[in-house]
Design a binder for this molecule. Sequence first.
Ligand SMILES: *Cc1c(COP(=O)(O)O)cnc(C)c1O
Length: 430
Amino acid sequence: MTNDELRQLASDTRCVQAGYIPGNHDPRIMPIIQSTTYKFDTAEDLGDAFDLKTDSPMYTRLGNPSLSWVEEKVAVLEGGVAALSTSSGQAANFFAVANIAKAGDHVLAMSNLYGGTHTLFASQLKKFGIEVEFVDPKRSLEELTSHLRPETRCVFSEMIGNPALDVLDLEKVAALAKAGDVPLIVDNTFPSPVLCNPLKWGANIVTHSATKYLDGHATSLGGFIVDGGTFNWNNGKYPELTEPDPDYHGIVYTDQFGPAAYVAKMRAGLLRDFGSTMSPFNAFLINVGIETLHLRMQRHSENALAIAEHLAKHPDVAWVNYPGLKDSPNYDLAQKYLPKGQSGVVSFGPKGGVERARQVINHIKLITLVTHVGDLHSHMIHPASTTHRQLSDEDLRKGGVSPDMIRFNVGIEAIEDIIADVDQALAATR
Ligand SMILES: *Cc1c(COP(=O)(O)O)cnc(C)c1O
């Protein structure tokens, strides 16, 4: 079966089968092509590869068969026309924006972003002369639209904010991007392509930290950018895509690559020059991870909902946040955009505030303290003193992080064992 045929099949089937498709006598499992270089018969042949006239890779920084296979898998899973893999999720989000914004341009980003993305945008992009303005995604479409400027080049958002866990109103934010005639970029790391496909709801570009659920086993860093191929770049705002590129001997990406122009330019420009390439070995591990993504997302979501419901009635718990809880302010959006499950992250505050939160983390036994989400082991972290400690109190609040918040990555162990460990940690700190 081909990848085009697989696009018509269920998401679960695509997780298992899409991407690498073995031919007659080929290895059944996606090979790791651990080679930086490729052999060519003639100078003309290699010249064509440099002109991007053939699909053949010529140097692994710009392309490698193992990377192409896993890129195809993720493109098929998200319903996009092309994908690029990167060495991390940070590189993916940087590339997604830097591919279409330059000094003097403006980016409208939602304020509930992952701490690492917030810092990347607020401090690094600022040094590049790109102004990122953060707006509260809960504002009305009218208010949000008033922040668009002639120099705005994209709208950036997270499908489920990390760690505030608010669900994006995709249709509203897609309308915002449309009003500005700019693409909507959605970081879909928390739902993964199994629980939501933002491209179906009007997003134009999707990014992933593959380090989280796609890998799922906490073995590999990686990222992806997927292009839906739906945005019309010919509106005068993106000359770097629609006019000859002097850095790539006059190539016009929209002419040569049509709907896949955005990813082609990213590969020929940002990936070539910054070199944030995924390693073939990580591509192999991430591919193996994605083969069970549908099973894991289902179990992560079931376990997280059970934990959230347990904590909601626990006498030692002050508050619980999970978009699948019926009284969550995100419940309706979650039912609309994430009906199959709301992913595996729950946050809560124990009664007793910051000090109790730290103590609970010091008393967990089965659950471990690690800096991670999206892998199959249960673990916890206290964001205010760790992942988000570089943010000011005001930015913490804007990002939805309260000082007593524990972020709980609910794994796929037996639910009764996870609950027992939370209960003993809460009891020990009473
Ligand atoms: C972790 C994360 C990132 C960054 O990804 P890395 O692979 O750690 O570089 C970006 N966005 C979200 C939502 C994340 O959770």
